[in-house]
Design a protein around this ligand. Sequence first.
Ligand code: ZN
Ligand code: ZN
Length: 346
Amino acid sequence: MTEKMIRVMWAERPNELELRHLPLQEVGVNDVLIQVGKAGICPWDLRAFSGLSSSVAFPRVLGHEMAGVVAAVGENVKFIKPGQRVVPDMGVKCGVCKACRSGRENRCQNPHFQQFGGGFADYVRVPEKNVHIIKQPSTSLKAAAFTEPLSCVVRGQNMLRLYPGEVELVAGLGPIGLMHLQVAKAFGARVIASDPVQERLVKAKELGADWIVNPKETDVAGMIKDVTSGWGVDAAVVTVGSARLVEDIVPMLAPGGRINIFAGIYPKDQLHIDPNLIHYGEFIITGSADSTPADFNVALNMIESGQVNTEILISHMLPLEELGKGFEIVKSLKGLKVMLDINDLE
Ligand SMILES: [Zn+2]
Ligand SMILES: [Zn+2]
């Protein structure tokens, strides 16, 4: 019997990418084999590929934002069936550590990420418990491929504990910021969307931003004072890795204001904030990173219900072999989400 060969975009070491044909591994008894349809490129993938993340081991197949179709299931798999359209959660959690047992699976002490290979390939394998079924036939795989980044956004917005009618500032309107905007709206907030790139502001308006502001042209603090009658913003999320931006935004918070440092900040940096602002303002400064299976479930529901439009965030669709070009586009910060169309599945 001849082995079935699959394509993977292999990174032997940082900054080295090649198309390899590897034999398709047998699916483990508890695992699900998924033929990848669409896979998004995340800035995290670029950072890891560039060798800037010390926690990422090589060789490696990157890619953790995808959707596809179940090709085969292991003999112990009970609920997932071949042919189902699904989204795999590539973060495989141990389920028994203190983090997992306290509802913070995103901080699992024993994650198995590498073992299962990444999504820049024809197929991926994950345990059955990591497979989320797409319920609506009308939900496209390219829309569903945003489930992972959206799950992080959902977690980030939950941290802000919004009340309907509050005003939130979303700083940075890349694909992530444009999802924060939509989730904040779905949670009942009014949103001020801020970014120096004009096209992104236009997109934010289209997606329901109540106010848009270009910090290169307008004094954001003054604008916030105007639209909130001097109160400030009840919540803010910083989606770009900039300590200066965090320092700028903290004084714009209203009494009781919450701010989420959503993006990692590299190179490492320090914050300089007058602690009296936090004390007298009763501010909550928080962060959020990655997501739990519950966040994943909410994210996919929000895509399927149409509350978050993700397809509109795709600026480039490339074949698998052009992953390197995709990384270049992400690096150049042009456009929005760069996605790979891997097996022409819809
Ligand atoms: Zn990602
Ligand atoms: Zn764990």
